[in-house]
Design a protein around this ligand. Structure first.
Ligand SMILES: [Zn+2]
Ligand SMILES: [Zn+2]
Length: 259
């Protein structure tokens, strides 16, 4: 019985690549009311309708950091929500500390049309991630990962002790193993080929190492730069990871089942 799904709206990065747009993901689960959006890069709002998600169904947005490829569509979302035809529902935004700066910046640049109404904002403070918070029926935990000064990686704790992790952007970081421990599904960035690794990002092999050490069951590779072929990434990750490997592309849907 399918009880939930992680759908990739954007499996790419900051650089143009057909089929791999900037980061955005939707999470739907029987235990959670409405749709949750993880990151909100350019193209995310347009892609919601590809998966039948309306602004009335979108209940919360969780952001990992404030690089443009992960958050620029916040402006598009705020603007769309203000359209009377949107029939937008009350929205919860969960984000690291820089969110106030970003929201003020959007208003400064685009005016009141790019501000959120009917929205509650929860700042995910770096020291509070282990205790976590309740996200409408499931637990949300997070850990600072050093990709930027305030970036975080995220884990969802679903009923039945099922964990789903989302790294956002990160390099290897010691706190991620605990955060992702025993995850059923780890949605993990792997930006660059192992032969062309960049500080602050994972590679297929380091993504595989994280998943293997954390005892993850399914590893979903995403956030591909154009230079990294997804099939090659899968083969490289398999050198380090013994579980089930999946690769994202725009629109790919990854089901979660009851154990
Ligand atoms: Zn990114
Ligand atoms: Zn980034």
């Amino acid at each position: 019985v399918t009880i939930g799904a992680w759908t990739v709206l954007g499996a790419g990065s900051a650089l143009p690549k057909s089929g791999f747009g900037p980061s955005g993901h939707i999470f739907e689960h029987d235990a959670v009311e409405g749709v949750t959006l993880f990151d909100c890069g350019p193209g995310t709002i347009r892609a919601l309708d590809d998966h039948g998600v309306s602004l009335a169904q979108l209940r919360r947005v969780v952001l990992t950091h404030f690089h443009v490829d992960h958050c620029l569509d916040l402006a598009a979302l705020a603007f769309a929500r203000r359209n009377p035809a949107a029939a937008a529902a009350a929205l919860e935004i969960y984000a690291p500390a820089g969110i106030q700066r970003v929201l003020e910046g959007l208003e400064h640049a685009f005016g009141r049309g790019a501000t959120f109404d009917s929205t509650t904002l929860t700042v995910l403070e770096p020291g509070r991630g282990n205790a976590g918070i309740d996200l409408g029926g499931v637990g949300l935990k997070w850990a600072a990962n050093g990709h930027t000064s305030d970036s975080i990686s995220i884990a969802l704790e679903l009923p039945g002790a099922v964990r789903v992790g989302y790294t956002g952007d990160t390099g290897p970081h010691p706190d991620l193993e605990d955060l992702m421990r025993g995850a059923e599904l780890l949605v993990c960035e792997c930006s660059f080929h192992d032969a062309a690794a960049v500080t602050g990002h994972l590679t297929p092999e380091s993504a595989g190492q994280l998943a293997e050490r954390a005892g993850v069951r399914r590893l979903l590779l995403t956030h591909f730069y154009p230079m990294l072929d997804a099939r090659e990434a899968r083969a490289l990750a398999a050198l380090a990871f013994s579980g089930t490997l999946e690769t994202a592309r725009d629109g790919s849907r990854h089901r979660l089942q009851d154990s």
